[in-house]
Design a protein around this ligand. Sequence first.
Ligand code: ARG
Length: 590
Amino acid sequence: MTDLKGVLSEAVGAAFAGLGLPTDLGRVTASNRPDLADFQSNGALAAAKRVGRNPRELAAEVAERLAADPRLASVEIAGPGFINLKLTDGALAARAQAIADDPRSGAATVSQPRRVLVDYGGPNVAKPMHVGHLRASIIGESIKRLYRFRGDEVLGDAHFGDWGYQMGLLIGAVTDENPKIAEIVEALNAGGSADTAPFEAVTLADLDRLYPEAAAKGKADTAYRDRARKITAGLQDRQPGYFQLWQRFRDVTQVALERDFHALGVDFDLWKGESDVEDLIDPMVDELAAKGLLEDDQGARIVRVARDGDKRELPPLLVVSSEGSAMYGTTDLATILDRKNSFDPQLVIYCVDQRQADHFEVVFRAAVLAGYAAEGQLNHVGFGTMNGTDGKPFKTREGGVLKLADMIEMTREKARERLHEAGLGEDLPADEFEEIAGKVAVAALKFADLQNFRGTSYVFDLDRFTSFEGKTGPYLLYQAVRVKSLLRRAETEGVKPGPIAIAEPAERELALTLDAFETALSEAYDRYAPNAVAEHAYRLSQAFSKFYAACPILQAEPAVRASRLALAGATLAQLQTALDLLGIATPDRM
Ligand code: ARG
């Protein structure tokens, strides 16, 4: 299905072609003077330069050829040679009707679907989530949904951080605190057998409590650090005691994280970890050596990736540390290989904090050198930070890093307050009220994030995020619910939607906004920029608000009423689709 921009670009392109000029000059854009026109073409200006003619004259010739187009109400030349196009009410109505009848709300699909893998979220065992993970989850989930909606075959992978030095630290800390567990670990490591039931006693709370202490100790105390590194190497060698205790850590963490992510409307297709590629690492290192890519560097083994003409100096990829451990970049490189061998993605999108840009550049270059990926196939989609009012990455009041579950609960609490303030949902059953508060909270957090271009940092401001007024998630949910209740009322009154006709300015504007969904989606898709969809959702609600205020629906005479009802239905469907692409679910009422 083609949007109006596409249809008109074709018509204007044909007019240019009729003058012996290239068709691509016909590309139209939404008018920047909506009071004068719906769309405009600047092609005559470019063409005039190319052929050395007067742009206004050329524009007039193009306009002449368009004059007979039945879809156009007017074609006018403005300024130095812009061509302003205004559609007939009939053409707009036909497009709105097509959108209303389309289960995809007027959105196209890609002509050549690809296999796409989105690597996002990136939580770690034991290490608490920080704002980087929150943003990675919110943005990555949206990108995953967008790509899938466009027709690609998409998998989202959490790329669980479960294999590094922090695991050695934790094993050390847990065994230090619990002699019984230490004994079992030792027995197993020595090749004996032991009942591992006591491992079950280790909880997430234990890990949360022990990790920060151990991390701090590891920084201050070299002996402690060396032991943690040794344990890490032992774990990576699959010493049975370490390995089984580690499995317990990973399992309790994953269960809790999956629950928290789910509450945030973030669900991964794959929950693969860094540890999953462990088996690939030794053969990979051999292969890198055989390809002549590996160099010894003071006991460590590295791949140099710097290129002539680099603007900044890039470090080499550290493949094997001097202690013999695989590093973060090593697991990333092996993961590229693993994905190639399994899903064989044509595009991989890494939705990770901008501060890891160099890390990815190094890994990607090494992957290309090793022949595991083609240039341009691996993409780091970075983002800025969510800051506190002090302008630094957000921390809790106690100065700690955020826990996802706490952040959600805090936002829910605010959402409950806001709902009460607005007198919303109070007459509903308690469990439904809770469900609504949950949806409002998720909408608040996600929309506040996704309304900015991802590279932009923003300030965490729960009061603003949860407001039912302004450019917020809760505002959008409220608008969607308003349309839902209107449609319900129509149904109880036995009023049915019917053929769409356009007459009023507010109807025109709503139809044009519905049509602009496709442009927003393709921009979001091409630029990994969900904010284009967020912006569209907001504009659509505003256009609907104006329409609702200016055009009575249920009180109108039957044909008008049926048309407006169909417009309202199309708006709701598209708004819900847009919100869903942002990872935001809409309640039925509030
Ligand atoms: N676990 C990492 C971190 O906390 C993020 C992982 C991102 N994905 C990747 N393939 N490296 O920083």
